[in-house]
Design a protein around this ligand. Structure first.
Ligand SMILES: NC(=O)c1ccc[n+]([C@@H]2O[C@H](COP(=O)([O-])OP(=O)(O)OC[C@H]3O[C@@H](n4cnc5c(N)ncnc54)[C@H](O)[C@@H]3O)[C@@H](O)[C@H]2O)c1
Length: 457
């Protein structure tokens, strides 16, 4: 199949790369020339500076200019295409609704070009972006407005988790395709032929509206589960004495009906999807006079988690952040990615600067390049208080307090490193419960404050 992928961010790049592995001829198109040049170089350092996802640079290098092509010019590649995947950003508007301006800008441009195609074979335009329920229908209308001949629309939402995207694209739990005609389903089956009739992977054919709804229900349900643990589990552990969080989690999830995934308490879930998709679904329901109270609570709990440990440090440990030097471990929204979108660390930095800290020593195994972009002192002079360190040790040196914001394996069980590189009195604020042997530190006079437990020491 000749496939075009429009938008080569996280989703588009992974999708294009993995589709090319299956022998499709894939053209990945973006308006961002810097991105395309980096990908087209085939060099892992350049690709990873844009998107650092385990295994992705290798897949790109292996298929580059054989099955996978990058371009900033879409006109020459449109002829003969079977499918066009739209992997465009759909960020939130201030009112929570999805900003579809990137999406419709691209669609209008594409429709004008498709209307002029010489080869008028069937082409399906497929939404991979997470878009409000009913957007495939709006896409159909936008194409009709330009009289695009022989075109179908489909919804094929993306479920891959960052940090494990390549593996999950090769072996997804399910592939959901929503279309209106058998002709379009046939094209979708050919694109995903390796997953149709698979013994383990569900290949689900449905309506575009159902496919769009599946994505929203799935993402908001995952965040609901995470927020349940944070809003109820963490509060129980922090309020009642002698509750062991890890035992609580094991005891509850020993029941097969209860998910092990998400059964942790932490500093809030970030990333480009959860927060924005919940906000969008709230908007979609409330703007149609439906109640979305449950989702409002889910969202609020998650946002509260991102900041409340700093309040607890002040209230419970009597700690004042003013003029203190902070070690901040973890900047990405979760381990195994350099993506900092909606990361809890962004909120932590905002909270620390607002409390008048004198310096923040930051370290993250993958996101240092990305962090310099997010915390650009030309945008906010206070960001000059951040310095970037090459190791945990170096970030800890000469600090008064440590905040752990990301669950990188490298940060697990850091007690000895903390002991060797800091001076007491010292407070450890653990947003990910990464230091199971904290008791040894407490015995030596450190204070330890973790999500899900009362202050120790
Ligand atoms: N990131 C994830 O984990 C994830 C997972 C599932 C679904 N999604 C959804 O997928 C969509 C894309 O997400 P992302 O994280 O890849 O976004 P992104 O912001 O990383 O990438 C979007 C890309 O689209 C490009 N673009 C913008 N306008 C364009 C245009 N007119 N023509 C061509 N390219 C254009 C941008 O330059 C950018 O490279 C969103 O709707 C998101 O909700 C994301």
């Amino acid at each position: 199949m000749k496939i075009i992928v429009v938008g080569t961010g996280f989703v588009g790049l992974c999708h294009a790369a993995v589709c090319s592995e299956y022998g499709h001829e894939v053209y990945a198109y973006d308006i961002d020339k810097v991105r395309i040049a980096a990908y087209a170089s085939g060099k892992s350092e350049e690709i990873e500076r844009m998107i650092n996802e385990p295994g992705l640079a290798t897949v790109i290098a292996e298929n580059l200019n054989r099955y996978l092509f990058f371009t900033t010019e879409i006109t020459p590649i449109l002829e003969g295409s079977d499918a066009i995947f739209l992997c465009l950003p759909t960020p939130p508007n201030p009112d929570g609704s999805s900003d579809l301006s990137f999406y419709f800008n691209a669609v209008d441009y594409l429709a004008q070009l498709l209307a002029k195609r010489v080869d008028q074979r069937r082409v399906v335009i497929i939404n991979k972006s997470t878009v409000p329920i009913g957007t495939a229908r709006a896409l159909e209308q936008a194409l009709a407005k330009h009289n695009v001949p022989n075109v179908g629309v489909a919804s094929n939402p993306e479920f891959l988790p960052e940090g494990d995207a390549v593996e999950k694209s090769r072996r997804p739990d399910r592939v959901v395709v929503g279309a209106d005609t058998e002709e379009d389903f046939r094209i979708l089956r050919r694109i995903y032929s390796q997953f149709v009739n698979h013994v383990r992977i569900s290949f689900i054919e449905t309506t575009p509206e159902t496919a769009e709804s599946i994505k929203y229900i799935a993402n908001t349900l995952l965040l609901t589960y995470v927020s349940f643990w944070n809003g109820i589990g963490a509060r129980i552990g922090e309020t009642f004495p002698n509750v062991r969080m890890e035992d609580l989690k094991r005891g509850v999830t020993a029941d097969n009906r209860i998910s092990k995934w998400g059964s942790y308490v932490g500093i809030g879930a970030g990333g480009s999807c959860f927060g924005k998709d919940v906000q969008s679904l709230i908007y979609q329901l409330e703007s149609r006079d439906q109640d979305a109270q449950l989702l409002r609570s889910v969202y609020d709990i998650n946002e509260y988690q991102k900041m409340y440990l700093l309040d607890r440090a002040e209230a419970e440990a009597g700690f004042s952040f003013a003029n203190k030097t902070v070690a901040l471990l973890g900047l990405s929204f979760k381990q195994r990615t350099n993506d900092m979108r909606d990361s809890s660390a962004l909120k932590v930095v905002e909270g620390l600067l607002g409390r008048g800290v004198s310096a923040i020593h930051a370290y993250d195994p993958m996101s240092m390049h990305e962090a310099r972009r997010w915390f650009d002192p030309s945008k906010n002079p206070l960001f000059a208080k951040l310095s970037y360190h090459e190791s945990v040790k170096s970030a800890l040196a000469s600090t008064d307090v440590l905040v752990i914001a990301t669950d990188w394996e490298e940060f697990r069980g850091l007690s000895r490193t903390i002991e060797l590189n800091t001076k007491k009195p010292y407070l450890i604020v653990d947003g990910r419960r990464m230091i199971p042997d904290y008791a040894e530190l407490v015995a030596q006079g450190y204070q330890y404050l973790a999500v899900g437990s009362p202050l120790r020491g």
